[in-house]
Ligand binder design. Structure first.
Ligand code: 5GP
Length: 139
């Protein structure tokens, strides 16, 4: 299927709608999920127009997973998480709601369940506070 350049993450990449950014380079962006399933829930997306993992170039895929590893390390340290869950959905049938490939980075603590996917919007100041902690851990 053709890439839909009107999707919400494409708009974030073009700066048409705001996001709480954690990291950006030439190829990718990491930012806070506005409906977090855990405190510190971070998304990593490529700048390449790709709906699913199958649409990414090999170079884009390599950069995306390397950056996901780097950001996940900072999320774990910055949020003092005991573990990290990574999630990545391809296609509506798999649970993908935004048609631009992304990795979810979810900090985990013993006994703390994930909140509902697509649940409530988080307060922007709280998201900024988590982003600051993750950025500090990135150095
Ligand atoms: P998916 O279901 O496609 O794997 O995940 C999409 C994610 O994007 C969800 O976790 C949802 O909370 C998040 N999301 C949806 N709209 C926005 C938005 O406008 N800004 C941000 N930062 N996250 C969004």
């Amino acid at each position: 299927m053709a890439y839909d350049s009107g999707n919400i993450f494409a708009k974030i990449l073009r700066g048409e709608i705001p996001s709480v950014k954690v990291y950006e380079d030439e190829h990718a962006l990491a930012f806070m999920d506005v409906m977090p399933q855990a405190d510190g829930h971070t998304l990593v997306i490529p700048k390449e127009n790709a709906e699913t993992i199958f649409d990414l170039s090999p170079e884009g895929a390599a950069h995306l997973i390397q950056l996901t590893q780097k950001i996940a390390r900072a999320v774990k340290a910055g949020m003092a998480a005991e573990g990290i869950t990574l999630m990545q959905f391809n296609g509506a049938a798999a649970g993908q709601t935004v048609p631009h490939i992304h990795f979810h980075i979810l900090p985990r603590w013993e006994g703390v369940a994930l909140r509902r996917h697509g649940g409530g919007m988080e307060n922007a100041d709280k998201l900024k506070g988590f982003a600051d902690r993750i950025q500090a851990a990135l150095g």
